[in-house]
Ligand binder design. Sequence first.
Ligand SMILES: [Zn+2]
Length: 282
Amino acid sequence: MIFSTPREFTPATKETGLSDASPLWFIFKKNELLVLQKDASDGLEIPNLKDPSELGINIGSQQLIGHYGDQPCYTALASDISEEHDSVIWSGLRALFGRLDDGLFSISGRAYQIADWYRTHRYCGHCGTKNTLQDSDRCLICPSCGQLHYPRVSPAVMVMIQKGDQFLLARSPHFIPGMYSALAGFAEPGETLEETVHREVYEEVGIRVKNIRYFASQPWPFPHSLMIAFHADYESGDINIDPTEIEDADWFSADKLPDRLPGQISISRKLIEATLHELKHH
Ligand SMILES: [Zn+2]
């Protein structure tokens, strides 16, 4: 699954001093990652250098996120750019899907979440003192009041509702034309994921579901979601959409699919394909 950790990657927060391989640098400028154009191909690379200043890039503090094989991986924010090398490209993460090696693409998502957390938690939210990085853990600590600030992860559910050989897909107003996807929404504080599924489905399309089954999960670094996908069975009610969230919702089937499905990068596509596969083999 895209954005899941590649097998060769070992997360770490502390230098072990064991590897003398030159590091991979995941350097961000706002939401864009620094990548390098390979010679005469469409492929892109993550810089593999002793020091990013070789590319004319200065960074603020760097954080080790782990090792890819024996290569240390650092995430950092660009602080100022003196004379940028010709091969440097700044790109949003989504646009890198299929152009970076899959393992590096997944690590980029992780690097982005950590860089974004660091960028947005410079100061203590409790007393305003500048936070410092803790040695032992991936955590920022306030030296004044001791408040801890961990990286944020926001759980969101996705649900594929089945009714016989039909399944429910919906479109939000910001989707590209013709695209439908499974319902999704963020968990609220105090909810179980099953409660989130029931609430979101009822709020968005006005129906009741039962028999909720876990499908799979996917970190979604835009900026810090964890999408947890489920199958569920229709129980009762007619589709009655919430027009503030949804533009249209309908029952689809293998013979009646929307014009467009979500991209291969997303867990929604995997969920839809798994449902179609299951329907075909029953
Ligand atoms: Zn504080």
